[in-house]
Design a protein around this ligand. Structure first.
Ligand SMILES: N[C@@H](CCC(=O)N[C@@H](CS)C(=O)NCC(=O)O)C(=O)O
Length: 221
């Protein structure tokens, strides 16, 4: 039986969708939207108690955290080199990058709330927006620094599922932080987006609907 991914296009669910494509695993996508109330349906609440995506139904279970889902898929699927073995030197780095993507993800989520989802502009906090943008830029600098030794991917040995966690995150981060000062990140993101599985997953998820601008400036204040 193929997997079912509850997904919002342009959200963290892309991590899981992209990884499934890298692994060649069939998946059916059930689309939701962030603001239309579809996440609040009782049926979805039974699948995802926090009413968030991704939620992946697979192997008779439901997985509701993108990082855990990525690790589970790597551990249960054979014949790939997307995760270093448990005792390999790079395993700790792999785990760290897998979760570092959520350090970025949390900041992006706060900025999404401020820029896109608050019902009225006067509810925004310019202070919070400024601080979160700065914190996101600092966290991105950490990735830029790691890539500056000439490696193509987060692990020196090559592409892994940690890059899948990070890849989607960069796409969103770039709507709030300009990448001009991050040449390695810019090249890395282009490298990730050139992967056939990335494009195939983009087609499978459909167009995202909540970002209406390529870049969101901090409001004047
Ligand atoms: N740590 C979770 C975060 C899940 C999450 O917050 N997903 C967002 C989309 S990127 C969501 O469903 N938001 C809906 C909401 O907050 O109402 C993960 O990595 O899966």
């Amino acid at each position: 039986m193929s997997a079912t991914l509850h997904s919002i296009a342009g959200s963290r669910s892309f991590r899981v969708l992209w990884l499934l494509h890298e692994l060649g695993e069939p998946v059916e996508v059930v689309p939701y939207q962030i603001m239309d109330g579809s996440l609040q349906q009782e049926g979805f609440k039974a699948i995802s108690p926090a009413r968030r995506v991704p939620a992946l139904e697979i192997d008779g279970r439901v997985l509701i955290e993108s990082g855990a889902t990525v690790q589970y898929l790597c551990e249960t699927r054979k014949g790939h080199d997307l995760m270093p073995p448990v005792h390999a030197d790079e395993r700790a780095d792999w785990l760290q990058w897998l979760h570092y993507a959520e350090t970025l993800g949390g900041g992006i989520q706060n900025l999404n709330m401020q820029h896109l989802f608050l019902p009225k502009p006067e509810m925004r906090s310019l202070t919070v927006m400024g601080i979160e943008t700065k914190r996101l830029a600092i966290a991105l600098k950490g990735v830029e620094k790691a890539l500056s030794d000439g490696r193509d991917y987060l692990l020196p040995t090559g592409f892994s599922a940690a890059d899948v966690m990070m890849g989607f995150t960069l796409t969103s981060a770039r709507r709030y932080v300009r990448f001009e000062g991050f040449p390695h990140l810019t090249a890395y993101q282009a490298r990730l987006e050139a992967r056939p599985a990335y494009s195939a997953a983009q087609v499978a998820e459909g167009p995202q609907q909540f970002y209406t601008q390529d870049f969101y400036e901090l409001p004047e204040g």
